[in-house]
Design a protein around this ligand. Structure first.
Ligand code: FRU
Length: 495
């Protein structure tokens, strides 16, 4: 039986989504059905469709008591909303159903594993959050919370681990049919760690060990872990809070971290070999991955960052969107990302220019729009005198523009949305140090979808993403060089 809280959320979203102006929403990125969206949750394949759940507060475009929103897709680009999957309606999760994951059980049901949050008043007038791991079982639309929830609590692990920061379980099934999950946590020194739990049946769980430790290297608390095999390596993805910057690799605040290493299945031990940021732009957090039926590891993240959530336009009844689905690979010890190949099925109206000389500003006929896929190759127009700067401007008119700029002499790529229409004093620019950009040669794939830009640099070795809530009249695209640039471009409209 659905609770009153769940029924209300379902009624509300159905009644109010009709009032949204669809032309100002992303066309092929999943966005909040109405109200607020954060992290992707329960990204999985079930009954022949991709399922994406998400942190959801339907009633306002701000964070509130977390529900799980729900959408399904055949290609990860066209999404159909399903009714809210879970609401904070039980004694152990009445202050929120936080992030988690999903899988199909051997009996054909879908299992959701999530964090239940209970906020208890403390003696000194504050609030203490108790976070526990909980389950719900369903048929792909309706879910029933497990009667023995919560299934993992602070009773299950050593006393010097935090019970307030214990969340975001990532569950998987091993080949031998048993289950594992990793959960983000802190120990008494406040440092992040990932805890490994094991289960025979996915319902009763035992603490196994600390799976990974931060040692205060990458922020404090790690949120939303994922773990998987990829191209002969194993990968942990996690999103650290309270990061201290490190060169151009990590930025202040909420960031993303990819640890690449090896894994010994006997001892269930992960050994770190390399670390890097996942996305070098402004907005990307808490990604989850799936393995598609044809063997691709595909990642989707929240195309937002906790430190920049305040720049939405007023009077808009939704906030929050997901990133493009990105195919992952490891090459030369680095994580590469590339837009899911299904995106190519949305391409039409191909326009190509070769050897375009860019000296000062150039506008190319047919190159415009807010739903666009552009492959751009750049080289110096004069080998003796390499250009100083190259810009791609988009979402542009007399009032607005956003841009990516590349400076070959220091290999810096900058994404800049200062003139995107934002009225808030938040981060509008971010820089990254481009790998493999010798002598002013650079490749970029730029994907725009109404309210976002994602830039894949040099075959996807680095990605920079940002949201832009620019007026939809700003449809222009232009190119600029300080010095001489020669450019090839293939541009498609995406619909
Ligand atoms: C990360 C996060 C998670 C938590 C959720 C709450 O963005 O803080 O750790 O489960 O958001 O909405």
């Amino acid at each position: 039986m659905n609770s009153q809280t769940l029924r209300e959320a379902r009624r509300f979203e159905e009644a109010t989504e009709k009032t949204l102006n669809q032309s100002e929403r992303p066309a092929f990125h999943l966005a909040a059905r109405i109200g607020w969206m954060n992290d992707p949750n329960g990204f999985s394949i079930y009954k022949g469709r991709y399922h994406m759940f998400y942190q959801y507060y339907p009633y306002q475009p701000v964070w509130g008591p977390m529900h799980w929103g729900h959408a399904v897709s055949k290609d990860l680009l066209h999404w159909e909303y399903l009714p809210t999957a879970m609401a904070p309606d039980s004694p152990y999760d009445r202050d929120g159903c936080f992030s988690g994951s999903a899988l199909e059980l051997p009996d054909g049901k879908q299992l959701l594993m999530y964090t239940g949050v209970l906020a208890l008043p403390t003696a000194n007038g504050g609030i203490q959050e108790i976070q526990t791991q909980c389950l719900a079982v369903g048929d792909g639309v309706d879910y029933v919370k497990y009667e023995k929830n919560p299934v993992i609590t602070a009773e299950d692990f050593p006393a010097d681990f935090s019970r307030n920061d214990f969340r975001d379980p990532k569950i998987w099934r091993k080949e031998d049919g048993t289950y594992r999950c990793i959960v983000a946590n802190r120990h008494k020194e406040e440092e992040g760690q990932l805890l490994l739990f094991e289960s025979q049946d996915a319902f009763s769980w035992k603490f196994k060990k600390i799976f990974a430790e931060n040692h205060n290297r990458y922020g404090k608390m790690w949120e939303c872990p994922d773990f998987f095999a990829l191209d002969g390596k194993h990968v942990i993805l996690t999103s650290p809070q309270d990061m201290f910057p490190k060169g151009f690799e990590y930025h202040n605040g909420n960031g993303t971290l990819c640890l690449i290493g090896s894994y010994d299945d006997e001892t269930e031990s992960f050994t770190e070999e390399a670390d890097q940021a996942i996305d070098y732009g402004i907005d990307f957090y808490a990604p989850q991955t799936i393995l598609t039926e044809d063997g691709r590891r595909v990642m989707i993240g929240w195309l937002q960052n906790w430190d920049t959530i305040n720049h939405g336009k007023q009077n808009i009844k939704w906030f929050g969107q997901m990133s493009l689905p990105r195919e992952l690979s490891i090459r030369n010890g680095r994580l590469y990302q590339w837009p899911i190949r299904e995106l190519e099925t949305l391409r039409h109206d191909r326009i190509e220019y070769q050897n375009v000389k860019i000296i000062d500003k150039v506008i190319l006929s047919g190159v415009e729009g807010r739903r666009v896929d552009m492959e751009i190759t750049v080289r110096p127009g004069n080998q003796e005198k390499i250009y100083r700067k190259f810009d791609v401007c988009f979402a542009e008119n007399e009032l607005y523009h956003s841009q990516v700029s590349f400076r070959p002499y220091d290999h810096i790529m900058r994404i800049d949305r200062k003139f995107s229409g934002s009225l808030r004093a938040i981060i509008h620019q971010r820089r990254c140090k481009v790998i493999d950009s010798d002598r002013g040669e650079l490749k970029m794939r730029v994907v725009l979808d109404n309210t976002s830009v994602e830039v894949f640099i040099n075959d996807g070795i680095q990605v920079m993403s940002a949201t832009i809530h620019t007026d939809m009249n700003a449809q222009g695209i232009s190119f600029y060089a300080d010095g001489e640039v020669e450019m090839d471009i293939v541009k498609y409209t995406l619909d």
